[in-house]
Design a protein around this ligand. Structure first.
Ligand code: PLP
Length: 435
């Protein structure tokens, strides 16, 4: 199929990376549930291991079903290549570990998913990688926190609970001056924002959320924009520019030159994924491919319904504040206008007047919305972060991430809007009674 007929996300979501199965002509992508692949000869095997030839070796490192998912998401995102992994957490950790080693640091936005915060503040620190947290309200804070050992910047496109879009272009431009790539977690905004269009170098997803869309499978993916000149910043990026003892001395920017601007993602696959083993199962890759087929439709419905919920909440007496990209004022409103012209996503927050007691009463009264830790399901979901996802954070950390006692996060699904509003309305009555 020519690239002329494959420009739009609705088409790419159904076709990119696949036409039919070379072995069986199957139109649906088969689930290649195999661990291993028979080598043609001793020479063939040697070439594969030496990266002289590309081909399947072992499903911990690559798989034909997963390969289609990687190609499809790279195409949708406008990137060069991708690597699927076992979870969003694995994707965040490995995206950073691919560049930063013990003694190095990264600069991260404070506005993060609680799990990423824990990973950065504790586990990466224990591995010797310092994460410097800065407030994304001031993009220049990234420059101020940068030193000679800074290897990457990290942020979420549409972080909850604040739901203020990250200044991608502003921070990416600062990073490019230093030779520091911006890694964007785009989990909450697939198709709505394409971070590479704004200068990000790496995009990662928890595919568990909107990409899968049906709440069945945990997964993650890292996408290489192919738009960062690692070689021009050799001193800044030693992981890609000095001999790698874990792969017989390969210098990644040189080793893969012949196949395109994919040094970052190839290194990630053949060293970190090989060594840490957080591989995506082929069955889950199939589930994500199914999800992606309807992603453009779902994102439109999620955005439409969440906007209707936000507008409804804004007029409700039990609600002190509505947090939604279309309800911001000032800089938040400017960021929405700049980065979200294709819809505002399915997330919406509210600050209940009754604080902690009201938050808990609201959750307990829900009948249609599920009370779960997930987001991005086709079903509507709700959670009270102060008593769950953010409860491990110190009060100061909770404050930095924007979680307050009366805050409730809603992930609005694609049910009929009247049914969603009816459930929220009766739960708000319960919240008001409890406060
Ligand atoms: N990033 C964001 C924005 C998330 O919301 C989540 C999960 O909630 C993750 C990363 C982690 O993904 P996973 O749960 O697939 O490991």
């Amino acid at each position: 199929m020519s690239s002329n007929t494959m420009k739009h996300p609705e088409t790419l979501a159904l076709h990119a990376g696949w036409r039919s199965d070379p072995a069986t002509t199957s139109v649906a992508v088969p689930i290649y549930q195999t661990t291993s692949y028979q080598f043609n000869s001793a020479e063939h095997a040697a070439n594969l291991f030496a990266l002289k030839e590309f081909g399947n070796i072992y499903t911990r490192i690559m798989n034909p079903t997963t390969d289609v998912l990687e190609k499809r998401l790279a195409a949708l995102e406008g990137g060069a290549a991708a690597l699927a992994v076992a979870s969003g957490q694995a994707a965040s950790a490995m995206a950073v570990q691919n560049l930063a080693r013990a003694g190095d640091n990264i600069v991260s936005s404070t506005d993060l998913y609680g799990g990423t915060w824990n990973l950065f503040a504790n586990t990466l620190r224990d591995q010797g990688i310092e994460v410097r947290f800065v407030d994304p309200a001031d993009p220049e804070a990234f420059a101020r926190a940068t030193d000679d050992r800074t290897r990457a910047y990290y942020a979420e496109t549409l972080p909850n609970p604040k739901l203020v879009v990250f200044p991608i272009a502003e921070v990416a431009a600062i990073g490019r001056k230093f030779g520091v790539p911006l890694i964007m977690d785009n989990t909450a905004a697939p198709l709505l924002v394409r971070p590479f269009d704004h200068g990000a170098a790496v995009v990662m997803y928890s595919t568990t959320k909107y990409i899968g869309g049906h709440g069945t499978s945990i997964g993650g993916i890292v996408i290489d924009g192919g738009n960062f000149d690692w070689e021009a910043h050799a001193a800044r990026q030693p992981a890609l520019n000095t001999p790698d003892p874990s792969y017989h001395g390969a210098v990644w920017t040189q080793a893969v030159k012949g196949i395109g601007p994919v040094a970052y993602i190839i290194k990630l696959r053949v060293t970190l994924l090989r060594d840490l083993g957080a591989a995506m199962s082929p069955f889950n890759a199939f589930q994500f491919l199914q999800g992606i087929e309807t992603l453009p439709l779902r994102m439109r419905e999620h955005s439409r319904n969440a906007r209707a919920v936000a507008d409804y909440l804004a007029g409700h007496k039990a609600v002190a504040r509505v947090i939604h990209p279309a309800h911001h004022t000032g800089i938040g409103a400017e960021r929405t206008a700049k980065y979200l012209p294709n819809g505002q996503g399915g997330l919406c927050g509210m600050e209940l007047k009754g604080g902690l007691a009201a938050g808990r009463a609201f959750i307990d009264a829900l009948k249609l919305l599920y009370h779960v830790a997930n987001i991005g399901d086709a079903r509507s979901l709700a959670i009270h972060p102060a008593s769950t996802t953010h409860s491990q954070l110190t009060e100061e950390e909770q404050h930095a991430t924007g979680v307050t006692p009366g805050y409730v996060r809603l992930s609005i699904g694609i049910e009929h809007i009247d049914d969603i509003l009816a459930d929220i309305s009766q739960a708000l009555d319960a919240a008001a009674a409890a406060s």
